[in-house]
Write a protein that binds this ligand. Structure first.
Ligand code: C2E
Ligand code: MG
Ligand code: MG
Ligand code: MG
Length: 279
């Protein structure tokens, strides 16, 4: 308000805008503190299943246990973490926790979401390889999930990181598939190992609006190119059955398991069994 009343009058922020700025500022301040202190930022794991309902992988999903606001999901703080560079330390923590989970559980693979901001750091591949080495984890046990945002600035550093990690056996998954543009070119140019069909498609299966045909085409593409396909956001048995009928072999969603802590994941994998490790 003070600025708006001043002489220069460059800023005509409404009270609502001021609220948003203040809130953003507070989140940034608290996030800095959380990263410095540790303990508030933790990781949940959502199981990914094969057609026989055995666990093939677990996806690491970051959570922030804010001292006053409680548990917060990534939407509330990831963009702030990316803008401020805090994503590097948060991402490193998630990666380390995920590698520990893989090393100490029978889960065949862990999947970690990576921000394009991390991927363009020149030291990124080295950091990942160092964490893997520290926990004696082979590259085959790790999947990095990228959204197509990474292609916006897929400069030399990003490409070099991907090449080094792939050479170490790490797989690359393209997340939220079919929500953006030029997706077929990415699949070819970046040697994607796994496609994750976005949950907006899964939600519209069987509505007769063309979604089934698109999903079928993605599965055909996967088969033709030797790319694994996982469906995200499977919430109903009818969706799993429809996908299974179309030849989909990877399933993730609330129907089969919500994001959970390592103890619950261990109990679930003891009950459901894990798939044979892919060589
Ligand atoms: P994503 O990688 O596509 O992860 C799947 C999101 O869908 C997760 O939300 C998960 O909780 C949610 N989900 C899973 N199954 C279902 C379902 O059946 N129905 C519905 N409605 N939702 C389901 P979450 O954990 O809030 O994460 C949101 C996004 O934040 C992730 O989307 C990912 O892009 C990003 N993210 C999460 N953790 C990290 C991280 O450690 N680093 C980075 N860079 N990004 C992360
Ligand atoms: Mg993901
Ligand atoms: Mg996803
Ligand atoms: Mg998604």
């Amino acid at each position: 308000r003070a600025k708006a009343e001043g002489r220069g009058r460059y800023c005509i922020a409404t009270p609502e805008m001021n609220d948003i700025f203040r809130r953003r500022h507070e989140i940034e301040r608290d996030l800095r503190e959380a990263v410095a202190e540790g303990g508030q930022i933790h990781v949940l794991y959502q199981p990914i299943f094969d057609a026989e309902e055995r666990i093939v992988a677990a996806e690491a999903l970051v959570r922030w246990n804010h001292p006053i606001l409680g548990q917060m999901g990534p939407e509330t703080f990831l963009s702030i973490a990316e803008e401020t560079g805090l994503i590097d330390r948060i991402g490193h923590h998630v990666l380390e926790q995920a590698c520990i989970l893989a090393a100490t559980s029978g889960i065949p693979r862990v999947s970690v979401n990576i921000s394009p901001v991390q991927l363009r750091q020149e030291t990124f591949a080295d950091e990942v390889l160092a964490v893997m080495a520290a926990h004696s984890l082979s590259g085959e046990r790790l999947v990095l999930e990228l959204t197509e945002k990474f292609t916006l600035d897929a400069g030399p550093a990003t490409l070099a990181n991907l090449a080094r990690l792939r050479a170490a056996g790490v797989s690359i998954a393209l997340d939220d598939f079919a929500t953006g543009q030029s997706l077929l070119r990415y699949v070819r140019d970046y040697q994607i190992d796994t496609i994750k069909i976005d949950r907006s498609y899964v939600a519209r299966l069987g509505t007769g609006d063309g979604t089934d045909q698109i999903v079928r085409a993605i599965l055909d593409l996967g088969r033709a190119m030797g790319i694994e396909v996982t469906a995200e956001g499977v919430e109903r048995a009818s969706q799993r059955e429809a996908l299974l009928g179309m030849g989909c072999h990877g399933f993730q969603g609330y129907l089969l398991g919500r994001p959970m802590d390592p103890l619950r994941l261990a109990a679930l994998s003891a009950r459901k069994g894990v798939a044979q490790k892919s060589a």
